[in-house]
Design a protein around this ligand. Sequence first.
Ligand code: NAD
Ligand code: ZN
Ligand code: ZN
Length: 350
Amino acid sequence: MLMKALRYVEIGKPPVVVDIPIPKPGPGQVLLKITAGGVCHSDDYVMGLPEKDYHEQGYPLPLTLGHEGAGIVHEIGEGVDSTLKVGDAVAVYGPWGCGRCHNCSMGKENYCTNAAAEGIRPPGLGSQGSMAEYMIVDDARHLVPLGDLDPVQNVSLTDAGLTPYHAIKNSLPKLGAGTVAVVIGTGGLGHVGIQILKAISGATVIALDVNDEKLKLATEVGADHVLISDASAAEKIRELTGGLGANAVFDFVGANPTIALAQSVAALEADITIVGIGGGSMTLGFGSIAYDAAVRIPYWGSRAELIEVLDLARAGKIHVQTESYTLDDGPKAYEDLASNSIRGRAVIVP
Ligand code: NAD
Ligand code: ZN
Ligand code: ZN
């Protein structure tokens, strides 16, 4: 039996839709019938890697894309020790780990200390991903109940929700009433990040982007101020904060100009969190940043945090703005991502 899958098959070429056999779940594995798969800018980063780096970083070819996934449990492999039943609606927790190390035992599989050595890779980022009609999940532990949440509407919470949630939660002690948070980049992750800040912190949110449409969306989802991200932005943030700067900056771009902006507007004791993988870097030394500011580079989030993000959605406090594409239109979703014309998050619906 064959299924459609959106795969990256040739370095430097766009992904293509192909027919491949429906996989069989091996011992301990679960086969999902996919209901939705989200399109992340990181996929574009991976497909933009030069051949040498792509292989050195352990990505296989062909690679079925998709590290945001939701589905219905279709078949359960031998020996799966779980209450999971065929027909259950689930979301995939993507940062797969070993399940045994200290971090994994705390649910922080995003920081598994064995994954690299054991070749454990997230779906769509090394293992075969969610942009197909069916997908293998390596362990029932990596499935979280979706319940009555609509999969298309909520699949992106597994990354575009979880990643900003994890980043923001770490800085919550600095984001009480009267504080200011800056969000740079109001695309897939950023527009959810703004909502999470409004839902769980007391901060006033200043959002920045280079694109007017994205700033409109930022306002719609609750940003208190929006600014074009250019050379004048730092000065405007200083004005908006009475000269003090921001208590936390979340950079969902991570390029040199945005990192420099984050560094220059960080207040005393602020947190700067660089989430975007835009290739930028920061030079630090005495006098180059406000006293006691801290810089953090997080990766994805924990399993518990995914459950919390889904709960926020269930409570109606966050909502992903989505644009749907069929699997056949999958390559178009990546074209639209590259031309920066997606409002919110693109979701592939097989
Ligand atoms: P996206 O394309 O949906 O959004 C990026 C946004 O940044 C767009 O709205 C774009 O207009 C804006 N932008 C571009 N240049 C800008 C600038 N100079 N100033 C302000 N805004 C600018 O991307 P996404 O899927 O939300 O991903 C955002 C970044 O986060 C990507 O680099 C992605 O690879 C990375 N990411 C990291 C993690 C992690 O765990 N660290 C997880 C997921 C995604
Ligand atoms: Zn991602
Ligand atoms: Zn582990």
